[in-house]
Design a protein around this ligand. Structure first.
Ligand code: AMP
Length: 197
């Protein structure tokens, strides 16, 4: 089983690359951002609770996101693996993911981190804001705040995966297909080593 954590700052290209990886490796794609936006669109209790936090560029509460992802892991129980996109985003979420997977006899195969410079992230999110309709892509202030939150709360998870020998940085700048080729190469290495072990 291939369970990938696709990691990176807002605007690093996680969603775009995840879609390509799903086609190639036939994995279930779990994007916590997409799932939360789905809850908001459906006006569920969870969506109502999360909306204001998300629009301000803050992270949704750990407990809420962890409970939500557990439900979706179980919904896709027959999948041949998962791509976790935008999850985990805090150390607590990383620990919870390991526990959730262990309880289901699975584990994270690797954390693949798309590396993109801050200026490029801001530029990409400003462009995306023109077509995404996402509230949190509309103002430069909120975009910059999301990137700050990433560096403060999310980036430290790198140490968690690095300590397990599961951290694989990938250059995320350049054309989409070039990034995909680099990501593929990194994932194939892990996949091959999993098969041969
Ligand atoms: P994304 O689509 O991944 O950029 O996520 C959009 C927003 O949803 C984030 O800025 C957070 O407010 C919220 N969100 C998504 N994933 C998580 C997560 N794992 N933990 C907390 N908040 C999240």
């Amino acid at each position: 089983m291939l369970n990938i954590v696709l990691f990176g700052a807002p605007g690093a290209g996680k969603g775009t690359q995840a879609k390509k990886l799903v086609e190639k490796f036939h994995l279930a794609h779990l994007s916590t951002g997409d799932l939360l936006r789905g809850e908001i669109a459906a006006s569920t209790d969870l969506g109502k609770l999360a909306a204001e936090t998300i629009n301000r560029g803050e992270l949704a509460p750990d407990g809420m996101v962890i409970a939500m992802i557990a439900v979706y892991i179980d919904k896709a129980a027959n999948a041949s693996g998962f791509i976790f996109d935008g999850f985990p985003r805090t150390s607590l979420q990383a620990i919870a993911l390991d526990r959730m997977l262990e309880e289901r006899s699975m584990k994270v195969s690797g954390m693949f981190a798309l590396e993109v410079e801050n200026d490029e992230l801001i530029h990409r999110l400003q462009l995306r804001g023109k077509i995404s309709g996402r509230m949190d892509d509309q103002s430069t202030e909120i975009i910059e705040h999301r990137i700050k939150v990433y560096h403060k709360k999310t980036e430290p998870i790198i140490h968690y995966y690095s300590a397990q020998g599961k951290y694989f940085p990938v250059q995320g700048q350049g054309a989409e297909d070039e990034v995909f080729a680099r990501l593929n190469e990194a994932i194939f290495k892990i996949w091959r080593s999993q098969i041969s072990s």
